[in-house]
Design a protein around this ligand. Structure first.
Ligand SMILES: NC(=O)c1ccc[n+]([C@@H]2O[C@H](COP(=O)([O-])OP(=O)(O)OC[C@H]3O[C@@H](n4cnc5c(N)ncnc54)[C@H](OP(=O)(O)O)[C@@H]3O)[C@@H](O)[C@H]2O)c1
Length: 328
C-alpha cells in the first residue's frame, strides 16, 4: 500500500451521511472542487432540499448488499468519505450506524480498491465513556488495521451545538450554565471550514495514516465566554442560571441501577450520561500525562468564528436550534 494518491482531475467520491450537517457541507465543497459525489441516502430523504450537484441514491441500509447496489447504480468510486453518525447516540443506534454502516463501507472500500477512506469521527473519543464513543473507536481501530490509506478526522465542537441558546436569550430567558460556565472549553469549527479540511485530506501525505484532531480558529471558548458575547451582541444585561452537572450524574446512576431490571431504561440512562459528559468534558486535546485538556495542542483550521456566526444569527433573526440535536 502506498500513502500517495496521484489524483489527476476530478475524483469519484462515495459520501456517506450526505444529508447531515457536515455531509451537506462536504457535498457542496466536493461539487465546487469539481468532484463527482455519489451519495447514498435513506429511503424517503427529501433530496430536493439537499445541495444540488451530487448523485443521490435512495438506499436501504438494512439490506446487507446496499453498497453493491449503490455501485451497480452509480459506478465505482475512488475515495470514501464517511460523515454518517447516529443522530441520537443511543447504544443500539450507534452500534448499527457508527460501527455497522462504516464497517460495510470498509468492506466495500477494500474490495473495490478505494484509494483512501476519510472518516469523520469526534475528538471526544479520546476519553471514551459512552456507547457511541466506543462504537466509533472500534471502527477507527478496524480502519487503521485494514491496510487502506486512511484519515481519521476528530473535530472539536460544531457551531450548531453551541447556538441552541440564542433563541432562549432572544425570548428574555437566562443563559444556562453548567457550574460556573468555565468547566469546559472548545475551539468551535464551522461546517464549511470542516468540509474544506476533510476534502483537504485527499492525497495529502501528512493527513494520511493519521488521527487528526481539529478545531476552528482560537482562542478556546468556555460557555461563559459564549454567554457573555451573546448578551453583549443582543444588547441585554447578562443573566445566567446555573445547573449542577452532578444532577445528570445522579439521575444516570439511579437509572443505571434500574436498567438492570428494566433494560429499556438503558437508553434513557445513556442520554443522561451523554449530557453529563458534555457538561464536564472539554472538546480539546487531552494530555494523559498531565490529565488536563490542552487548548494549545488542539490544531486550528479555517477562518470563520463562532462569534461571527452568532452575529449572523442575530442580524438575520434566524434560529439554529435543531430538535433532537446534541454534541455528538
Ligand atoms: N455536533 C458536534 O459538535 C460534533 C463535534 C465533533 C464531532 N462530531 C461528530 O461529527 C459527526 C457528524 O455529525 P453531524 O452533526 O454532521 O451529523 P448529523 O447532522 O447528525 O448527520 C448524521 C448523518 O448520518 C445519517 N444517518 C444517521 N443514522 C442513519 C441510519 N440509521 N441509516 C443511514 N444513515 C443514517 C443521517 O441521515 P438522515 O439525514 O437520514 O438522518 C445523516 O446523513 C458525528 O460522528 C459526530 O460525532 C460532532
Amino acid at each position: 500500500m502506498t500513502n500517495t494518491i496521484t489524483t489527476q482531475g476530478a475524483l469519484r467520491i462515495l459520501l456517506l451521511g450526505a444529508s447531515g450537517t457536515t455531509g451537506r457541507a462536504v457535498a457542496r465543497a466536493g461539487i465546487a472542487a469539481g468532484h463527482a459525489m455519489v451519495c447514498p441516502v435513506r429511503c424517503g430523504t427529501d433530496v430536493a432540499a439537499l445541495p444540488q450537484g451530487p448523485t443521490y441514491t435512495e438506499t436501504d441500509f438494512a439490506d446487507a448488499h446496499w453498497l453493491a447496489s449503490v455501485q451497480d447504480r452509480c459506478g465505482a468510486c475512488d475515495i470514501v468519505i464517511s460523515c454518517v453518525a447516529s443522530r441520537s447516540g443511543a447504544p443500539k443506534d450507534a452500534e448499527a450506524v457508527d460501527y455497522g454502516i462504516n464497517s460495510a463501507a470498509l468492506v466495500y472500500a477494500r474490495q473495490a480498491g478505494v484509494k483512501q477512506f476519510i472518516l469523520l469521527s469526534a475528538i471526544c473519543v479520546q476519553k471514551p465513556r459512552l456507547a457511541f464513543q466506543r462504537a466509533k473507536l472500534t471502527f477507527e481501530a478496524d480502519l487503521i488495521a485494514s491496510g487502506l490509506a486512511y484519515s481519521i478526522v476528530r473535530p472539536t465542537a460544531y457551531f450548531k451545538s453551541l447556538s441552541g441558546q440564542v433563541d432562549r436569550l432572544r425570548a428574555g430567558k437566562p443563559y444556562l450554565l453548567f457550574g460556573d460556565g468555565r468547566l469546559t472549553a472548545c475551539k468551535p469549527i464551522s461546517d464549511d471550514d470542516l468540509a474544506a479540511y476533510i476534502l483537504g485530506c485527499i492525497d495529502t501525505p501528512e493527513r494520511m495514516q493519521a488521527i487528526l484532531p481539529i478545531g476552528g480558529p482560537g482562542p478556546a471558548l468556555t460557555p461563559r465566554d459564549m454567554g457573555a458575547y451573546l448578551f453583549r451582541a443582543l444588547g441585554r444585561p447578562p443573566r445566567y442560571r446555573r445547573v449542577p452537572p452532578a444532577l445528570f450524574r445522579g439521575m444516570a446512576a439511579v437509572l443505571g441501577v434500574l436498567e438492570l431490571a428494566f433494560p429499556p431504561l438503558r437508553t434513557k440512562a445513556e442520554f443522561l450520561r451523554i449530557a453529563h459528559y458534555y457538561a464536564t468534558e472539554s472538546m480539546l486535546v487531552w494530555d494523559p500525562a498531565t490529565e488536563t485538556y490542552d487548548a494549545e495542542a488542539a490544531p486550528e483550521t479555517g477562518s470563520d468564528t463562532l462569534f461571527a456566526h452568532y452575529d449572523r444569527l442575530i442580524a438575520s433573526g434566524a434560529s439554529d436550534a435543531r430538535p433532537g440535536h446534541a454534541m455528538f
